[in-house]
Design a protein around this ligand. Structure first.
Ligand code: FAD
Length: 106
């Protein structure tokens, strides 16, 4: 079994990486699939109080699926909402590609 911290780290890794490689110009069907994926994810994420809070946040802040950049920024903001709730530092969303796609510039 995994605890909610391990599950969280693994899941954020997956979600941010997925957003980092989402199309720059998604088709209408890709946008709809991403909306469906996020909605389904938020029903079955197996930390129930986390999932409840994520669904509530998504109702106020619906997924931005129009481009890779928009989805990455939206997800970064959602993660920051959780960070603040847990008393963790806020992540600088300007660095999201560096962290999850490109790596540090040398
Ligand atoms: P994590 O928060 O897991 O982050 C992993 C890495 O992501 C960090 O090391 C950093 O490099 C990077 N990162 C941090 N912030 C951002 C950001 N804003 N954008 C992009 N990258 C970033 N735990 C609870 O106790 N209560 C909850 O309600 C809760 N809700 C959750 C909801 C979801 C949808 C998910 C996926 C997880 C949730 N968790 C919750 C788990 C929690 O967010 C953390 O994953 C867990 O506490 C471990 O934290 P961590 O400090 O190791 O880093």
């Amino acid at each position: 079994p995994v605890d909610s911290e391990q599950l969280g780290q693994a899941t954020w890794t997956f979600l941010h990486t997925m957003a980092a490689y989402y199309p720059e110009r998604p088709s209408p069907s890709q946008m709809e699939s991403m909306r469906t994926f996020l909605s389904t994810f938020s029903q079955f994420y197996p930390c129930w109080y986390c999932a409840d809070a994520f669904r509530e946040d998504m109702e106020i802040n619906p997924p931005q699926v129009a481009s890779r950049r928009k989805l990455s920024q939206w997800l970064c903001e959602r993660h920051n909402v959780v960070n603040v709730r847990l008393g963790k530092g806020v992540f600088d969303c300007a660095k999201v590609d560096e962290r999850w796609r490109d790596g540090p510039a040398d």
